[in-house]
Design a protein around this ligand. Structure first.
Ligand code: AVJ
Ligand code: FE
Length: 439
């Protein structure tokens, strides 16, 4: 019945919000107060800013807007408005201290439980199918992934731990050909899809080949060993200028010892470079140079999404490479269940019908596309989520990393960042046009 369906939705919202909060608490309870307020990198906020910002967004949308309640702390809105202060400037603000921030997010969440209990979860567009609650859960999880990146940048003793990633079950290599044809990109009916994923629209994609798996450490190391970082002809003009200015010589967090062996620092622990693990922590320019070296290119966003969603048997675009079912731990490496990407071949059940593996989870994948609106885009519910970023100097990333929660990862989900950023959990796979004899 309608009634029990609404109650099931209410329960799913409560679980999704609670999962996000457990993660937020885990990321902020494991270090001392001095480290919560410290600036671990000028690219990142102090963790205590993310914490209170999570509460403030939740207050703005769920307590005040959906709930119609009195503000909890209207006086602090400006401190936690991401557009008023750059990340680098946030440590100097009169922020809530860790104890105050914890109390604040707790007070807000208690009110949200009450708002959720009373919401019909339909009626206005904002609450229809629980959209606003889903949006706020995605917001918290996105900041949790940002906080996880702050943890990776932090120096000092390791504080996070997780079980090892599953081993490869199958050998995956080479490319998959995706035949030419139209597919439906974006969505109208995924209830928690954000504004930039909408509306669904047909896109004709010429035939292309795409790597069956993300580029691994071993593959990327061959580029490094072949002088990839010393050969300007492999880089675009802007890419080379950035390579020189930033002094890039290898992916972030890679270190070579005196014996020539490569290591990777993973949340404070040095580990020998794992050959078959998808590589992570490169900027878009490094991905572009690798592609030039390999004689290939990055996929466009439409190519990536077609590879991830198009079902050749029915012609339909699905939610995930494996179908419409939610991810689980046999399908994808998501949700900070592990602290690194899993080896190529670790998720055969998560492959697409054409045999493209690990599109969802493990690493965000750089595409060649800038961040632009789909035809018919409408900003909802606020311009500052997507609209103000369209047409800027951004590249779209797809798929979600080991640090992305399933609520913020799906075949239509769009992430974006500046082409110089590499503290995010980003890698890539390559694509190419088909040769005449392949069409
Ligand atoms: C979509 C990941 C680029 O973190 O800047 C968080 C998500 N928007 N708060 C970001 C977001 C507002 C956004 N990204
Ligand atoms: Fe935010």
């Amino acid at each position: 019945s309608d009634h029990s369906e609404t109650e099931r939705l209410r329960e799913r919202i409560a679980e999704t919000l609670a999962r996000a909060r457990r993660r937020t608490v885990g990321l902020t309870d494991c270090i001392d107060e001095a480290e919560l307020v410290a600036q671990h990198s000028r690219l990142m906020s102090p963790l205590v800013w993310d914490l209170a910002h999570i509460g403030n967004q939740e207050e703005l949308w769920l307590v005040r807007d959906v709930g119609g309640r009195e503000p909890v702390r209207a006086d602090i809105d400006h401190l936690y408005d991401a557009f008023q202060h750059s990340r680098a400037d946030r440590p100097a603000l009169p922020l809530l201290d860790p104890g105050q921030a914890r109390a604040y997010v707790g007070t807000v969440r208690d009110k949200v439980w009450d708002v959720l209990e009373r919401s019909p979860l339909r009626g206005s567009e904002l609450v229809h199918d629980g959209f606003a609650f889903g949006m706020i859960a995605q917001h918290e999880q996105q900041h949790d992934e940002t906080m996880l990146a702050t943890h990776q940048l932090r120096t000092g003793e390791a504080v996070l731990s997780a079980p090892p990633t599953p081993a490869a079950q199958v050998r995956v290599s080479g490319e998959v050909v995706v035949p030419a044809g139209e597919f439906s990109m974006g969505t109208d009916d995924d209830p928690w899809a954000l504004d930039n994923e909408r509306p669904a629209h047909p896109v004709h994609v010429p035939g292309f080949a795409i790597d069956a798996a993300p580029i691994t450490n071993e593959q990327y190391l061959a580029f490094v060993d072949d002088g990839g970082y010393e050969r300007p002809e492999l880089w675009s003009e802007r890419g080379w200028a950035h390579r020189v200015e930033a002094g890039l010589t290898a992916p972030q967090f890679w270190e070579q010892d005196g014996g020539g062996r490569w290591w990777r620092r993973v949340f404070g622990v040095m580990q020998p470079l794992r050959a078959h693990q998808p590589m992570v922590h490169v900027c878009w320019y490094e991905a572009e140079a690798y592609a030039n070296w390999a004689g290939k290119r990055l996929p466009t966003e439409a190519e990536w999404e077609k590879a991830a969603r198009f079902d050749p048997a029915t012609g339909r675009s699905r939610r995930y490479p494996w179908g419409d079912a939610d991810p689980d731990d046999a399908l994808a490496n998501l949700g900070q269940r592990h602290l690194e990407p899993a080896e190529v071949g670790a998720y055969p059940a998560g492959a697409s019908p054409l045999g493209v593996h690990q599109l969802i989870g493990d690493v965000w994948e750089w595409t060649s596309s800038g961040f632009d609106p789909y035809p018919g885009f409408r900003a909802f519910p606020y311009r500052e989520y997507s609209d103000v970023f369209f047409g800027g100097d951004y590249r779209v990333l797809r798929g979600g990393s080991f640090g992305a929660d399933q609520v913020a990862s799906r075949g239509t989900f769009r992430n974006w960042d500046h082409p110089i950023r590499r503290q995010i959990f980003a890698g890539f796979r390559l694509a190419r046009d088909l040769r005449a004899d392949e069409i």
